[in-house]
Design a protein around this ligand. Structure first.
Ligand code: GDP
Ligand code: MG
Length: 299
């Protein structure tokens, strides 16, 4: 390290409307699949840290559920995850998706950005696709913050993005040791990888009615990891759909999720999936608690 060198570190909150590519960007930046992604909005429910450590800095990225108006208890939990994130961060990374027309969620996300006084970077994502950003919509926001065009999917512009963030990052220590890439447990990521396949395989309300809990992860000592997870649905009819005729769909979910889990763990995996009905879990605070999603009561 040279004379006068200052190590920088800090928390960077990635915010933006559902589907902007926040989780894709997090995975790209840390070089590992931590957060699940899908073309369906509102895939991300929990905030997840992705930690990028170099000799010069440590950036702790926070992936959040998209900003949108809460419609039930699950949404309220998701909005809370965004609000508490923005309170704590050093830098806000606002991600816009210029490939889809601006909507209610865009405006809500903009309101957040207008109000907040933290250093921020404004990124237009999906630069690999044709689009004409509606710059009028963003108004003076684009004058107040550094603006950059990136592709989270391909990594285009991401080095420049990191430079811009580094400029805004305060001096600070490494908060996490160098090997740590996330705050989430292996078990949590396993559940998420299973949930991602449900977004891939099912349409309409099914993905939104599902919560996955990984009950057991056991190293069997023969290079094989035994995993048992439960897929919770809201209604009996959904249970039938998830299982499929002769168990066809459940088998598919298992096969596809297993490939991702094996890549993460670096071992062979035996994955056992159960399906259970937890009536209306999205609207029930005590059930949300059981599923690891607590709504904190404001005083
Ligand atoms: P989030 O809701 O903001 O976390 O968005 P996701 O990361 O889940 O991404 C939503 C969808 O946009 C997924 O289908 C991604 O593959 C896609 N996506 C994300 N970034 C890019 C990008 O740079 N280019 C393109 N073409 N698609 C992207
Ligand atoms: Mg996401």
């Amino acid at each position: 390290m040279s004379e006068g060198f200052t190590h920088k570190s800090g928390y960077i909150g990635i915010v933006g409307k559902p589907n902007a590519g926040k989780s894709t960007l997090l995975n790209y930046l840390v070089g590992q699949k931590l957060a699940i992604t899908s073309p369906k909005p509102q895939t991300t429910r929990h905030r997840t840290l992705g930690i990028l450590t170099t000799d010069d800095y440590q950036m702790v990225f926070i992936d959040t559920p998209g900003i949108h108006t809460p419609k039930d208890q699950l949404h309220q939990f998701m909005k809370q995850e965004v609000d508490t994130t923005l309170d704590d961060v050093d830098v806000v990374l606002f991600l816009a998706d210029p490939t889809s027309p601006p909507d209610e969620d865009d405006l809500l996300a903009l309101e957040y950005l207008k109000k907040q006084k933290k250093p921020a970077v404004f990124a237009f994502n999906k630069s690999d696709m044709k689009s004409t950003p509606n710059t009028e919509l963003y108004g003076d926001i684009l004058d107040r913050f550094p603006v950059i065009h990136i592709s989270a999917l391909r990594g285009t512009g991401c080095d420049e993005l990191l430079d811009k963030i580094l400029n805004l990052l305060p001096a600070g220590p490494k908060y996490f040791d160098e090997e740590t890439v996330t705050d989430r447990s292996e078990r949590f990521i396993v559940s998420e990888l299973i949930r991602e396949q449900i977004y891939n395989l099912f349409e309409k309300e099914i993905p939104y009615s599902v919560a996955v809990v990984t009950e057991e992860v056991k190293d069997r000592g023969d290079g094989m990891t035994y995993i048992q997870a439960t897929i919770h649905v809201e209604k009996d009819s959904q249970k039938g759909i998830i299982i499929g005729s002769g168990g066809r769909m459940l088998k598919k979910i298992g096969q596809q999720a297993r490939a991702d889990i094996e890549e993460m763990l670096g071992t062979k995996v035996y994955l056992e999936l159960w399906v259970k009905v937890k009536k209306n879990w999205r609207r029930d605070n005590s059930l949300l608690h059981q599923l690891g999603m607590d709504i904190i009561k404001k005083k």
